[in-house]
Design a protein around this ligand. Structure first.
Ligand code: ADP
Ligand code: MG
Length: 374
């Protein structure tokens, strides 16, 4: 069942929790809503579910307008972070719950309900635990029971709101992989909410990056990593260095870089912000363009060398990361003056002095002549 979300607005006491949100989720897709706390993820999920109603905008399932339908008419499966199981019921009864409370006309026979619940228990790999009570399960097992309970009603849409958020890191990782496989087997249209980048990127077909009630970017994992459309997306997906740069004519220049970094910039002349990840900086080949820095600090712990440097031109601080076995690594010594090559970077209209940030669409730029990651 595909989902169309059209121009949703939602305010709470004058505060815009969702500001003109539109999104299409394909049938059978697993999409992740990713964003910091307070960005509107849960509100959007609750609106899809019918637990909350938008001030404006529409929700359609399979082309059918659901906007005014009550939650029980939407046939949704939910799992929340703290969606407690019924404590006084066995695992089997918990899973069967959604079917046993159906109106008589729609309720399967009790033997059929039991068979279905046992089948789901196997699907979530908890076969044999049907007579346990919730307090006899681990956190990860409880969330798998919650998922089986959500699936029991054959939902049109599965909504998962930080379902693994309360579990420890190792269990989260295992469940993530498990959920991905389960999704491949079952193919439910699934909206998964998380504030954890790694979780979203590992699980989802596409990710929706949210910030302050708006969608910043929707795309595949590769899209959002390779072409972050806004500084927010760039920053949210990993570490970043932000450097003042300038477009002169069509040349992109950094202070302290001899030659232009880009000679055919698509940005209008004027100041720009250049974003580069610490892991995308390497030594420039002799005579090649790059930024001149002086190394101020080096940490060689574990598999990564982390260095800090000052830009020679203006003392901006730059962080650098590289594998400790990399052939560039020995050059990173405190006091060394080095020229660094930017393997990949993004350029955005300068936000300097602006409260609201850039308004133009930024475009990814690369080192001249270079394709892909170097
Ligand atoms: P997220 O799930 O991304 O953390 P939420 O959707 O829960 O974000 O919240 C988005 C914004 O809306 C937050 O600022 C939050 O405080 C506010 N908000 C959410 N629900 C309510 C509510 N019932 N009443 C008032 N404000 C709310
Ligand atoms: Mg939330």
């Amino acid at each position: 069942m595909d989902i169309q979300i059209r121009n949703i607005h939602k305010q709470f006491a004058g505060f815009p929790a969702l500001d003109d949100v539109s999104l299409a989720v394909g049938s059978g897709e697993l999409i992740a809503l990713l964003g910091p706390s307070g960005s509107g993820k849960t509100t959007l999920l609750r609106i899809i579910a019918g637990l909350e109603f938008p001030d404006r905008g529409q929700i359609l399932f399979g082309g059918e307008d659901m906007s005014r339908r009550a939650v029980r008419e939407r046939n949704i499966g939910f799992v929340f972070q703290h969606y407690a199981l019924f404590k006084h019921m066995t695992v089997l009864d918990n899973i069967a719950f959604g079917l046993t409370v159906r109106r008589k006309a729609l309720r399967p026979a009790s033997a059929a309900i039991r068979a279905k619940a046992l089948e789901l228990l196997d699907l979530v790999q908890l076969g044999g635990l049907e007579q346990r009570y919730p307090h006899q399960l681990s956190g990860g097992q409880k969330q798998r029971v919650a998922l089986a309970r959500a699936l029991a009603i054959d939902p049109r849409v599965l909504l998962l709101d930080e379902p693994f958020g309360a579990l420890d890191a190792k269990v989260r990782k295992d469940l993530r992989r498990w959920l991905r496989e389960l999704h491949q087997q079952t193919g439910y249209t699934t909206v998964f909410v998380t504030h954890d980048q790694e979780e979203a990127l590992e699980l989802a077909d596409r990710v929706v990056i949210m910030n302050r009630g708006r969608i910043e970017q929707v795309g595949t994992v590769d899209d959002v990593y390779e072409t972050p459309r806004t500084p927010f997306v760039f920053d949210f997906l990993g570490d970043s260095n932000v450097l003042d740069a300038e477009v002169r004519g069509r040349e992109l220049r950094l202070p302290g870089a001899g030659e232009a970094l880009v000679t055919d910039s698509i940005h209008p002349a004027g100041p720009v912000d250049l974003y580069v990840r610490p892991g995308d900086l390497r030594l420039a080949e002799p005579g090649k363009t790059g930024i001149d820095v002086r190394i101020t600090e080096v940490q060689r712990t574990g598999p990564i060398v982390r260095a800090s440097a000052d830009l020679v031109a203006n003392d901006s601080v730059v962080s650098i990361e590289l594998p400790h076995l990399h052939h560039d690594a020995p050059a990173f010594r405190v006091g060394a003056q080095l020229r660094l090559r930017l393997m990949q970077f993004s350029v955005y209209p300068a936000a300097r002095g602006s409260q609201t940030g850039p308004t133009q669409t930024p475009v990814r730029e690369r080192e001249p002549g270079q394709r892909g990651r170097g």
